[in-house]
Write a protein that binds this ligand. Structure first.
Ligand code: ITT
Length: 193
């Protein structure tokens, strides 16, 4: 089992990361550290900022996830601002309501969206591994389902929302599942060198 320090304040993300990485023989342990200002313009830049700060603080290899929802009809918004879309202290429901308001009147065929997840791992010697995953879907007209977190109740793939899927079902097709499996493959290559 390889263990990494994890730079995240989001408990739901942490749960998914642990769940997806365990069968890949990778474990993560969350570290307490001050929120890093996510000043990057891309998911990859923000994932690097978070992982680099955690690696610098602990002296250990650190992993970070930066992710979000990109909606075609909103020119890619909320994108890297997904967590802050309705303000710093807003709830998941506030963000969902704001998104549905922004898409009011937009017909089903124009509600295409994708989730993106960028994983970055920074090592104490300054090297890094970056991996990305995407999942394409549509934004629903109203929230459906009780599972998952964040925008899951309004993100539809094949007619079902992410919040209606079981954990394993979500992990198999999700942006995070794809990014973490790509990360594990890169990590294996690095070990072979
Ligand atoms: P950390 O930076 O501390 O890891 P965060 O929640 O601020 O936590 P991000 O900046 O990467 O993380 O924002 C990601 C947001 O995108 C997250 O808060 C959700 O609103 C949304 N999101 C990402 N992955 C999601 C998923 O699988 N399901 C639903 N929403 C998701």
């Amino acid at each position: 089992m390889t263990t990494f320090v994890l730079a995240s304040h989001n408990q739901n993300k942490l749960k998914e990361l642990e769940r997806i990485l365990a069968p890949l023989h990778i474990s993560v342990s969350a570290v307490q550290f001050d929120e890093v200002e996510e000043t990057g313009k891309t998911f990859a830049q923000n994932a690097y900022l978070k992982a680099e700060a955690a690696c610098r603080k602990t002296g250990l290899p650190a992993v970070a996830d930066d992710s979000g929802l990109m909606v075609d009809a909103l020119n890619g918004a909320p994108g890297v601002y997904s967590a802050r879309y309705a303000g710093a202290n807003a709830s998941d429901m506030d963000r969902i309501e704001k998104l549905l308001d922004a898409l009011r009147g937009v017909p089903e065929q124009a509600r295409k969206a994708k989730f993106v997840c960028s994983i970055c791992c920074v090592f104490p010697d300054g090297t890094k591994i970056t991996a990305e995953g995407e999942c394409h879907g549509k934004i629903a007209f109203e929230p459906v389902g009780n599972g998952g977190f964040g925008y899951d109740p309004v993100f539809l793939v094949d007619g079902k929302s992410f919040a209606q899927l079981g954990a394993q079902e979500k992990d198999q097709i999700s942006h995070r599942g794809k990014a973490l499996r790509a990360f594990a493959a890169e990590l294996e290559k690095r070990k072979e060198i």
